[in-house]
Design a binder for this molecule. Structure first.
Ligand code: NAP
Length: 253
């Protein structure tokens, strides 16, 4: 039986670790060729080495906050693979802490990566996705935006991360409405606590607080979120999964 994503090409941002890495593997297992993007080239190359026996894979060292790098990433991915059917906007940073006396550089990093980076990637990929929706066997293309439970539930000490992920949810819904008849689907995936490197970029005092909030629970693994993303993009043409909110069973809110 042919795989559901056979003949498609997926570009995954933030593929150098965590959810992005697991998603690249999950989509490849469904038959997609994969373009891997992030800043850490060595990590992307190592992943590509693991994948290349079974998948066509390319590496794109990219800082998504730089629009010209994003444009080059998309152009190079399309040049290497010949098309683009699926964009996974996964790159993100989470720098938590109180609003009072916050280092505003952390706010800029979150807005730049989580919001502007995602917008740049979507803008650059869109002409190719529109083309893929008309010329592919699937008759549909996909954008999956990785938001967070923080895009749905505001928490103290998470204000700016909340603002960025809330923005991702709103943008995804607006995008979805614009492209319904042109068959570029948009899904937002909102993970709860998942065991990745994400939290470890925080300041020491923030990490201590996070350990109090989440330390006791059984967290999800990156593969659990990758499965949700793969579910969204493997639906038939007439089915658009708009939103997946997925928490660890033990996470209260
Ligand atoms: N883990 C969780 O509990 C959780 C919960 C909800 C939502 N999320 C979301 O899931 C997504 C993936 O995070 P993760 O948990 O898998 O954490 P992670 O392992 O830290 O992955 C984050 C990825 O984003 C990339 N990235 C960061 N800044 C970038 C930039 N300027 N340009 C390009 N890529 C950049 C990183 O790659 P480089 O450093 O190599 O560039 C890395 O591959 C994020 O959007 C995060 O907000 C995670």
């Amino acid at each position: 039986m042919s795989k559901k994503l056979e003949g498609t090409v997926a570009l995954v941002t933030g593929a150098s670790s965590g959810i992005g890495e697991a998603t690249a593997l999950a989509l490849a297992a469904e038959g997609a060729s994969i373009a891997l993007a992030a800043r850490r080239r060595d990590r992307l190359e190592a992943l590509a080495d693991r994948m290349k026996a079974t998948t066509t894979v390319s590496v794109h060292e990219t800082d998504v906050t730089d629009e010209s790098q994003v444009e080059a990433m998309v152009a190079n991915a399309v040049a290497e693979h010949g098309r683009l059917d699926i964009l996974i906007n996964n790159a993100g940073v989470m720098l938590l802490g109180p609003i009072e006396d916050a280092p505003t550089e952390e706010w800029r990093r979150m807005v730049n990566v989580n919001v502007l980076g995602l917008l740049y990637c979507t803008h650059a990929a869109l002409p190719h996705l529109l083309g893929a929706a008309t010329d592919s066997g699937r008759g549909v293309a996909d954008v999956v935006n990785v938001s967070s439970v923080a895009g749905r539930v505001a928490r103290r000490d998470s204000g700016v991360y909340n603002a960025t992920k809330w923005g991702v949810v709103a943008f995804t819904e607006s995008f979805r409405q614009e492209f319904t008849t042109r068959h570029v689907r948009a899904a937002v995936v909102e993970p709860g606590a998942t065991a990745t490197e994400l939290a470890f970029h925080n300041r020491k005092e923030v990490l201590e607080q996070m350990a109090k909030n989440f330390g006791g629970i059984e967290m999800m693994q990156s593969e659990d979120i990758a499965n949700a993303i793969a579910y969204a993009v493997t639906q038939p043409r007439h089915v658009s999964v708009n939103e997946i909110l997925v928490r660890p069973t033990e996470q209260e809110r």
